[in-house]
Design a protein around this ligand. Structure first.
Ligand code: HEM
Length: 127
């Protein structure tokens, strides 16, 4: 019995729906929208590739863009503690919207809290 990767367990279709729901929320979030481009097509495409490999699926992101180096790729953007919290809130809401539940959700979300923490590169205003 081969254990499924989280990617296989979640499935490509659900992952795509999650990413689309997520950027729909980011686009409307007052703390996040200003640092993102107006068009979410390309970032959603990259995020689907990244999350596929992050969850143990094929290395689609690396094949097209090279080593993820996610912290380095975020350095041009001011990722504050407030924005990390907002990012995670949008992710939680997106998981609710697509009805992703159970241990799969909990483990995925927990990993994202660690990665989001790692992306912080700028203090909040006035700190
Ligand atoms: C790119 C913000 C956390 C994955 C970006 C971009 C911004 C951003 C502004 C660039 C958009 C553009 O192309 O102009 C944030 C903020 C975060 C956060 C505020 C809060 C902590 C994360 C996390 C992950 C992630 C936790 C992964 C689990 C990505 C990916 C890209 C990206 C894959 C595309 C990189 C590329 O251009 O190849 N993010 N991000 N981000 N982010 Fe984040």
């Amino acid at each position: 019995e081969k254990k499924l990767t989280p990617f296989e367990a979640i499935g490509e279709d659900t992952l795509n729906r999650l990413v689309d729901a997520f950027y729909g929320l980011v686009a409307q979030h007052p703390d996040l929208a200003p640092i993102f481009p107006n068009q979410f097509t390309e970032i959603a495409r990259k995020q689907k590739q990244f999350m596929t490999q992050y969850l143990g699926g094929p290395p689609l992101y690396t094949e097209e863009h090279g080593h993820p180096m996610m912290r380095a790729r975020h350095l041009p953007f001011p990722v504050t503690p407030t924005r990390a919290t907002a990012w995670l809130a949008c992710m939680k809401q997106a998981m609710d919207q697509i009805n992703l539940q159970g241990s799969l959700r909990d483990e995925f979300y927990y990993r994202l809290t660690l990665t989001a923490q790692h992306m912080i590169n700028t203090p909040d205003e006035g700190e």
